[in-house]
Structures are given as C-alpha cells and as structure tokens.
Design a protein around this ligand. Structure first.
Ligand code: PSV
Ligand code: MN
Ligand code: MN
Length: 406
C-alpha cells in the first residue's frame, strides 16, 4: 500500500470530519486475547484431526501465540484452560510467557470433561460431585493468583436433556452457591466473567442459558462478577449488539469470546460469516467509549476482547492471525462512524439517513489505515504474508504429530 493510498484515505476521512490521529491511537492500543486451546488440535464430536506441528505442551502453545503477537501487535495475552494447560509450576508458565513478551490472561476452569459431570458439575444432585466441581473453581482462583491473571472466565456445560431430569430451580440455587464460594475466594482485583449458552451439550435446558441469567448471577454476586458474551452462544436471529449495549449500560459487560457461526456454536473464524454483525457490535462499543458518563467509559475500558475458536481443519497459527485481523478490521471501520451525523439524522426522524451514516463506515476499505498503523508500530504491514514468508511454519513441523488436543 502506497503513501498515496493513505493520503487519499486521510483526505476523504478529513472531509467527513473524522480525526484519523484519534482513530490510529485507538487502533494502536487495541488488544485481543487469544486462547491456548485455539493452537492445539481440536475437532468436532466426529473427529479430531491431528496436525503435524501442533504444540505439545502449554509452553509451546505460548510460543505459537507469541508469533501471532509479534506479527500483528494485537495479542499480548493468552487465556489458559485448566486442566488442559495443567503444569506443575504456574510461576514457570508465567515467566515463560513474559520471556516471550506475553502475559497469561483469563483462567478457564473445565467442568465438562470428567465422567462425574455427566449429569452436571456445580448443579449435580450428588453433593460430592458439586464439592469436586467447586473445588476446581477454587483451584482456578489459586492458579490465577500464580499467573497474575485478572479474569476467571466460566462456562458451564450443566443442563438437562429431558423434562424431569433435574430440578431446574434447585439447580439454580446450587449454581449460585458454587459461584458465591468462588467469588469470595477471589482477590479484590479479580473478575469473574460468567458465560452463557443457549444449548449444547444439554439440549433441553442449560443452567445458564442466556445473558439475562448470567446477568442475574452477576448482580447477586457483586461488582466483580460480569457477563461474558460469546458471539456463538445465541439462538439464531439474536440481536447481539443490543445485548452488548444493554450490558454496557448496566456496567456488567466483562468481555467477549469472539467466533463466527452459521448455525449454532460453530466456533468458526470470527468475522468469516457475519462481518457486519461484528461491526455493529463495535459500533455500540465505540459509542459507549465516547459516553459523557465516566463509569460507562470505564466499563468499556475494561472489556476483555478474547477469541474463542476451535480450528478443526485449518492451520492453527494462520487461523489465529486471520481471526485477530478480522476483529481489527471491523473495529477500524466502526471507528470511522460519524456519530454526529447519525445522531442528527435520528433526531430529524431520518431513518434511512441514520442507517446510511452507520453503514457507510462499514463500506470503507480500511487497508491503507491498517497498513499505516502497522508501519508506525514497526510491524509487518501484511502479517499473514509475513507469517507465510517466515520459517516458523516449517520449523514447528519438527514437533511431529500428536500435539495437545482437547
Ligand atoms: C463450549 O461452548 C465453549 O466453546 C465455550 O464457549 C467455552 O468458553 C469454551 O468452550 C472453552 O471452554
Ligand atoms: Mn466461549
Ligand atoms: Mn462455545
């Protein structure tokens, strides 16, 4: 991309009243957390395809994540999943991350893989299984202390497949009991991010099925509990950006798990199916970031933007690079919305004018802008090409097949 392309872009944006220096500053600060599990072998319930070169240990997962950060400048932290990322010494994992220019991000407990959890984890009617599950939550708080992680992100597979299988209200109480115990164990600077999901693996009822239930638990627990919006966890047709705006306004939007879906929780590359939806999510975020109310701005400041995907057939590192670049692109577009123009049109009841003012920002090609940002940060202007031109993809082949998988 030439300087000329950027100059033309700059001129056009200036004429629209957009302060590109502000836009660039925002883009330079933007961070996206990548998940350790996105670097390992993963699959569907039909098959986990084993790829050559996949990391064999949590340490190697961090090494791959560091490559993504080095090339994109976007991903300085990595979420971990316990016990998938179990190590004997979490201090060592933290130091390893630091030596790679990374930090350990959210700690994700795993309460869905043991046979014990078939009928539920913290909502199981067997008190010894509930105890085991809650102890795992507490263990994750201790791990977060060791890794210096601020966030604990919780997703529960708990639910039932048939009416009568469980007492829905009793399970609700058990859920709150476990969350309360965990909440009390957290330090003052930690946050509990509560994820919801409409269905799967449970197909009749899921104990935390939607944002309202997650929000209700967060409300009951206290200010350190917030809602985590996983974009793939909604029923078709859900207006995710509405949920986002609502939760920001309630100061309970803790973070995102970004991915794309066509049908349900497909965990495809974010922005690959529905880039406009992603843009509209960022529209709400950018709008709130400019709010006159400081507490709203503060909520936006603390949002954890995280990827949560499983790369079944695609190469893991390029898939992650593609993902974070897709997020960056939609954020960049949302930063080009002229909010005054939108507000003026809305004020005069000009529905089409308001919609046009929002959509027009989406239609810009932000390539010159992103190239300029990367150049100014000393990054490769095309991170994907830079990865393909590097030797890393070949070097990791020496790891062989049979890397870490879930
Ligand atoms: C399962 O739906 C899931 O994709 C959730 O989104 C979790 O966040 C993720 O797995 C990791 O446990
Ligand atoms: Mn998720
Ligand atoms: Mn999911």
């Amino acid at each position: 991309m030439s300087d000329k392309a950027y100059m033309l872009f700059e001129e056009e944006q200036k004429q629209r009243g957009i302060d590109l220096e502000h836009v660039k500053a925002k883009l330079k600060q933007f961070k996206i957390e990548t998940p350790s599990w996105g670097y390992g072998d993963s699959g569907t319930r039909f098959k986990v395809f084993q790829k050559v070169g996949v990391p064999r240990t949590p340490f190697e997962k961090l090494e791959d994540a560091a490559v993504v950060h080095r090339l994109t400048g976007l991903c300085p932290s990595v979420a971990i999943h316990i016990p998938w990322d179990h190590v004997d010494d979490y201090g060592k994992l933290k130091s390893h991350a630091e030596s790679l220019g990374l930090s350990i991000g959210a700690v994700n407990p795993n309460l869905f893989q043991d046979d014990d959890y078939m009928l539920g984890s913290v909502t199981n009617s067997d008190p010894s299984i509930r105890r085991k599950a809650t102890d795992h939550l507490l263990e994750c708080v201790d791990i977060a202390k060791e890794t210096g992680s601020r966030d604990l992100s919780l997703w529960f597979a708990d639910g039932t497949n048939y009416p009568g299988q469980g007492d829905i209200r009793q399970r609700k109480h058990w859920m709150l009991e476990a969350l309360t115990e965990m909440y009390r164990a957290m330090t003052a600077d930690m946050r509990m991010l509560i994820e919801y999901k409409a269905f799967e693996p449970a197909f009749y009822h899921t104990d935390i099925a939607d944002w309202g239930m997650a929000y209700n638990y967060a409300q009951k627990l206290g200010p350190q509990a917030e809602v985590l919006v996983d974009t793939g966890h909604h029923l078709p047709g859900a207006n995710i950006e509405h949920i986002v705006a609502y939760l920001i306004d309630e100061k309970r939007l803790g973070g995102f798990h970004f991915n794309s879906y066509k049908y349900a929780d497909d965990d495809l590359i974010v922005g690959s199916m529905n880039p406009y939806e992603l843009f509209l999510i960022f529209y709400q975020i950018v709008l709130a970031a400019n709010d006159a109310d400081e507490s709203i701005r503060d909520t936006v400041e603390k949002i954890a933007f995280m990827i949560d995907q499983s790369h079944n057939i695609e190469q893991k590192i390029p898939a992650m690079i593609r993902s974070v670049l897709n997020v960056q692109t939609q954020y960049a577009k949302a930063l080009l919305i002229n909010h005054e123009e939108v507000a003026e049109a809305a004020e005069r009841g000009d529905v089409l004018g308001a919609e046009d003012a929002v959509r027009r920002a989406f239609e810009f090609d932000v390539t010159p802008l992103l190239h300029a940002v990367r150049e100014e940060k000393g990054l490769p202007i095309d991170p994907m090409k830079a990865y393909q031109a590097s030797n890393y993809a070949t070097e990791i082949l020496a790891r062989g097949k049979g890397g870490a998988s879930w």
